[in-house]
Design a protein around this ligand. Structure first.
Ligand SMILES: [Zn+2]
Length: 504
């Protein structure tokens, strides 16, 4: 089965893609290393390691920095050339050990390559390569030449995620991969309507994903250091994505949906599609006890405005679902304005062009600078959190030549509430640790700023428990963060210890 263009990654501006990470590390290799180190640690026995079990797991997979040739006699130049690599590896090691969040990660963009191959083989889905390294070479690249190339991978992942077993396995492995790098809380998002069809409705899709997440989470919470209360629990929740735009080829569900409404204009169908999803999400949350806590809107921004989806967001809002919106990723500040005014967004996915007056297109807005200033001040003051996706933006944004030019720099200057997200572990070949290290490396975060950004992820999460439980969980995380920091960060930190003035 082939599904054309079905994905929740959003409509992005086509163009030359860039990625500036100098150390291209194959995710698969990292995972193998991870397994090797973890099984080695288990053989040695828990408790005998110098590091806490959490730290041992969290740092697994970080390759040792290679020694320069020449043994003890090293030239000054050789030693200096190793210094940035050492600093990077040390920072990565430390960041892995910290409790972290990922509030924006797509299930269909985050499969393990080996799993995609196995699922495709079993389901007779043809892939461009039958090996993980071949897939990483041909589909899931470090750099992409165009948006189409970036989105191509989703055709294959969506094509294999059309039954309960595949969904459950993908969800289980995603949770495992997150927890293994020290992510304590994550919100996985996907569009159930890309996976539902005559043989599996949205209820079954959501329950299958939840089974996988719950199974992995229970397993990790049975670990002695968590079960005995020494460390905070691993927690997940689900965010469902409606699509701004869909067509017949994107999934059997959308194909049927369009066919049975031949007299309705397309904008009405987009509106009805997301409303149906919101109603399904609330029903599954309430009747099946599935922790669906967020509603999202993904897909092409240009030409497909947020206002079409007001009914869905009103329904979600009136049923106390939290709300995020992909906005300002490939379109200007007006898209973010619509997300917070028409859709009551609590968070913004990407928000890349929030601070770009040149991207304001509406002729009615004469003072573009003033419009952006007021919008940014409102978002900062209301603590509407921006889900920042560094690598993904670099891969899909033609204007972004270097990660240091990312709008994250200006977001910080505006003191916006930000959280660092992946958002596609496979398609962007990244993980939370890597994204945080990129933020540290390119934006010179102090240890205090890093702590604030990470803790803000927990605070602004759509946590599935009640508010008292959430407060207590965040408190546990803050304490644990302090313990890890104290035990493993050298005096002065890895990247300086400049003062800043409080909340990010
Ligand atoms: Zn996204």
């Amino acid at each position: 089965m082939t599904i054309e263009g079905g994905n929740t990654a959003g409509g992005r501006t086509p163009g030359r893609a860039r990625a500036d990470e100098p150390r291209a590390r194959d995710e698969m290799e990292a995972r193998r290393e991870d397994e090797r180190i973890r099984s080695g640690s288990q053989e040695r026995g828990a408790g005998r390691s110098e590091r806490s079990p959490a730290l041992r797991d969290a740092t697994a997979g970080v390759p040792a920095t290679p020694e320069p040739p020449g043994g003890a006699v090293r030239s000054r130049a050789a030693m200096e050339s190793q210094a940035p690599r050492r600093a990077f590896a040390a920072a990565e090691d430390f960041v892995r050990s910290l409790p972290k969040t990922d509030l924006h990660v797509h299930l269909d963009g985050s499969l393990r390559p080996e799993t995609l191959i196995e699922l495709a083989h079993e389901r007779k889905v043809k892939l461009p390569s039958e090996t993980a390294s071949g897939l990483m070479e041909t589909v899931f690249k470090e750099r992409y030449a165009s948006l189409d190339e970036y989105l191509r991978g989703f055709r294959y992942t969506c094509a294999v995620l059309q039954d309960r077993e595949a969904l459950e396995r993908a969800a289980y492995e995603l949770a495992e991969d997150n927890y293994a790098e020290g992510v304590r809380y994550f919100e996985v998002r996907f569009a159930p309507q890309l996976h539902a069809h005559g043989g599996m409705d949205m209820i079954e899709v959501l329950r299958a994903v939840n089974r996988g997440l719950a199974r992995a989470t229970k397993k990790w919470n049975r670990r002695p250091e968590v079960a005995d209360g020494g460390e905070p629990e691993y927690v997940y929740s689900i965010t469902v994505c409606g699509l701004r735009y869909f067509d017949e080829k994107m999934s059997p569900y959308y194909g049927d949906f369009i066919r049975v409404h031949p007299f309705s204009p397309k904008t009405q169908l987009y509106s009805l599609g997301s409303l149906e999803l919101a109603q399904a999400a609330v029903a599954v949350r309430d009747e099946y006890d599935v922790p669906i806590t967020g509603f999202d809107l993904a897909g092409r921004e240009r030409g497909f405005p947020a206002e079409d989806h007001r009914p869905a967001y009103e329904y979600a809002h009136k049923n106390f679902m939290k709300k995020t919106v992909h906005a300002g990723e490939a379109y200007g500040p007006e898209s973010i304005f619509q997300a917070i005014t028409d859709l009551h967004a609590d968070r913004i996915g990407h928000g890349y062009y929030l601070l770009s007056p040149r991207m304001v297109k509406a002729a009615s807005i004469a003072d573009k600078e003033g419009y952006v200033r007021r919008l940014a001040e409102y978002i900062a003051d209301r603590r509407i959190t921006v889900e920042v996706c560094l690598t993904s933006n670099l891969q899909t944004n033609p204007h972004l030549k270097d990660i240091a030019q990312h709008a994250f720099k200006d977001m910080r200057a505006w003191r916006l509430s930000t959280t660092i997200c992946t958002p596609n572990r496979l398609v962007s070949r990244t993980n939370v640790t890597r994204e945080l290290v990129l933020a540290i490396k390119h934006f010179g975060l102090t240890s205090r700023e890093l702590r604030q950004i990470i803790i803000y992820g927990f605070k602004r999460s759509f946590y599935p428990g009640n508010y008292i439980q959430k407060r207590s969980y965040v408190r546990r995380i803050i304490d644990f963060y302090g313990e890890v920091e104290k035990a493993h960060m050298p005096p002065g930190g890895f990247w300086g210890s400049a003062d800043d003035d409080g909340e990010p």
